[in-house]
Design a protein around this ligand. Structure first.
Ligand SMILES: O=C(O)C1CCN(c2ccc(-c3cc(CO)ccc3Cl)cn2)CC1
Length: 324
């Protein structure tokens, strides 16, 4: 059996924070943010946590597919901003949507999370499961140091996901190449928990904010990611011109410019929505995919070939060449 993406959906909190809103509370400007990142605004939650955003996506997928929740075998949530470690956000989603038969777990691979999770889910379907949900969901606003303008302006909250079913007539993933380099992990960090050797007088674990060595991560993206995309295309004996759209992690628009140039592909093939949502880490690719399907740029039944590439904390990066 081949897995097929049969539905896509996304959900973001209503509350919008513009660059000008941020300029009122920190030393930055719309001009600086937009020229350096391509971001104009981001959605910041008021009263919805990560599992609430993810559950909204799950409910939409069921509605669109006209399925009842107990027809779902598994739920994987890719996130670095779970409601908690235990229970997992996926377990909370399972309860909220009433998917009584589904097993559920979170997957942590930062901004590559959705790509790693989709690769995993495809193997679950190939191994015999019938239907599953893969959701990227983040409330990064919980982990932002609003006094650090170098990171606070970059990130946003949101969720997106897909329904996978075993009704495919061709492989979902034509080729993939998933990478990790933990030795460079210290350039993009969050939520480090300190050792607590003393049994008494335990101090609270240090729940750190998102910290980033922007230069190091920018250089990593520009150097390692195009190579990864090229290697994966070669694995599939494909060239950039064979790809309809490139759905890359929405971290920075100048990075998309450089990627397109390095790959010799048209910039217009690199879908972009960071202007509306900022960087939503594991949610960025599924939100982009869901919007492209909803606005007709992509269809789930038109034999399109897309590239999905995540890159970020870990460091992790990876490319899937996907048949829609
Ligand atoms: O131009 C400037 O001064 C600054 C230079 C630094 N910038 C950066 C640097 C890195 C990222 C980034 C973040 C993640 C985390 O999801 C993943 C992947 C990337 Cl490439 C985003 N922005 C912003 C503009």
């Amino acid at each position: 059996p081949f897995a097929k993406i049969t539905q896509t959906a996304h959900y973001v909190p209503d509350n919008i924070v513009s660059n000008d809103d941020l300029a009122k509370i920190m030393d930055t400007s719309d001009e600086w943010i937009y020229s350096r990142t391509g971001i104009k605004q981001r959605h910041i939650t008021v009263d919805e946590n990560t599992s609430d955003l993810a559950a909204k996506v799950g409910e939409q997928l069921l509605l669109q597919a006209d399925l009842s929740a107990d027809q779902i075998d598994f739920i994987i949530v890719a996130t670095i901003s779970p409601d908690s470690s235990m229970p997992s956000t996926a377990a909370l989603v399972q309860a909220k949507i009433g998917a009584h038969r589904a097993f559920a777990y979170d997957l942590t691979a930062a901004c590559s999370g959705f790509v790693f999770a989709l690769s995993t889910a495809e193997k679950l379907i190939a191994g015999g499961y019938t239907r599953g949900m893969v959701i990227g969901a983040e409330v990064l606003s919980k982990s932002l140091d609003w006094s650090d303008r170098s990171t606070a302006v970059l990130f946003g909250d949101g969720a997106g996901g897909v329904l996978l079913e075993n009704t495919g007539t061709k492989p979902l993933i034509i080729a993939e190449h998933l990478r990790t380099d933990g030795s460079r992990g210290n350039s993009l960090t969050s939520n480090h928990l300190e050792l607590q050797p003393e049994l008494l007088g335990r101090s609270k674990p240090v729940a750190e904010f998102i910290k980033m060595d922007g230069r190091a991560i920018f250089d990593f993206a520009v150097r390692d990611v195009p190579k990864n995309i090229q290697e994966t295309l070669e694995k599939a004996s494909l060239k950039p011109e064979d790809i309809d759209y490139f759905l890359l992690h929405q971290a920075n628009s100048r990075i998309l410019d450089k990627m397109a140039k390095k790959l010799g592909a048209e910039r217009s093939k690199f879908l972009q929505n960071m202007q509306d949502y900022g960087n939503t880490s594991a949610a960025s690719i599924p939100i982009l995919l869901s919007e492209a399907v909803k606005n007709g740029k992509l269809s789930l039944d038109r034999n399109s070939k897309i590239v999905q590439t995540g890159f970020g904390g870990g460091l992790t990066w990876g490319t899937l060449i996907v048949n829609l």
